[in-house]
Design a binder for this molecule. Sequence first.
Ligand SMILES: [Zn+2]
Length: 103
Amino acid sequence: MFVAVGDLVDELLVIAPDLMPRSSGRTLKTLARRTALPLLACPRCAAPMEPVFVGGIDADRCYHDDHVWFDASEHAVVLDRAREQYAARNPTLFARLWNALLG
Ligand SMILES: [Zn+2]
C-alpha cells in the first residue's frame, strides 16, 4: 500500500509527539538503507524507489511521488512500534509511581 510521506509523519506524530522535532516538517529522513539489493520500481510511476528503514520495517520510498510503499501489514506494524516506543519513553503515571515505590 502507498502512504504519503506527509500523512505517515502526521500519523506518527499523533502517536508519538516527541518522535521528531517540529522544525523537521512533514518529512522523513532516511534512517538507514539496505545495501546491495536491487532497487524496486515504484508500482505507481516506475521510478526506482529508495530502500528505507522506518520503525524497524524495511520499506521503499518513491521520491517522485513522495510516498512510502509498505507490504500488507507493515504500515500497521510501524504505527504499533511507534506506540510501543512512545510508551517506553513516557511511562504512565502509574508506572512512575510504581517504580518510585520500588526504587
Ligand atoms: Zn513513484
